[in-house]
Design a protein. Structure first.
Length: 130
């Protein structure tokens, strides 16, 4: 069975590129363009209706609500609190970073400072090490 990654990203070109690249690397991909959709997916996991991903790549600036709300929702419940969550964003506010760390984010990755190859290497190193 392939390892699953949930990508929460509202910019369609970025989302499609991430989906395609990570699928080529052998991951099963699920995606959400809104925080509300991501929270619905977390609810399905908690209810046993969906498989838990090994990672959530989480954009922070989403059209319906802040990505931190998705992070809080994931960390609130035992069924989802151990999912690794990487904030994958262009937002560089220090207060936001402090809040992300406080809420339990596993890693903060700035989109503008990383290539897809580097992103995959981070995922491989952080997630696939068993």
């Amino acid at each position: 069975m392939k390892e699953k990654i949930l990508i929460v990203e509202d910019e369609l070109p970025t989302l499609k590129l991430l989906e395609e690249t990570l699928r080529m690397e052998g991951f099963e991909i699920e995606s959400a363009m809104l925080a509300r959709e991501a929270i619905e997916k977390l609810n399905e996991i908690r209810e046993g209706k969906a498989e838990k991903p090994i990672l959530i790549l989480l954009d922070l600036i989403l059209p319906d609500m802040n990505g931190i709300e998705v992070l809080k929702e994931a960390k609130k419940y035992p069924e989802t609190k151990n999912i690794k969550i990487f904030a994958f964003t262009n937002y560089t506010d220090p207060d936001m970073n402090r809040q992300l760390i406080k809420e339990g984010v596993d890693k903060i990755i700035l989109k503008a400072e990383i290539s897809l190859k580097e992103l995959f290497e981070i995922i491989k190193k952080e997630i696939l090490q068993k």
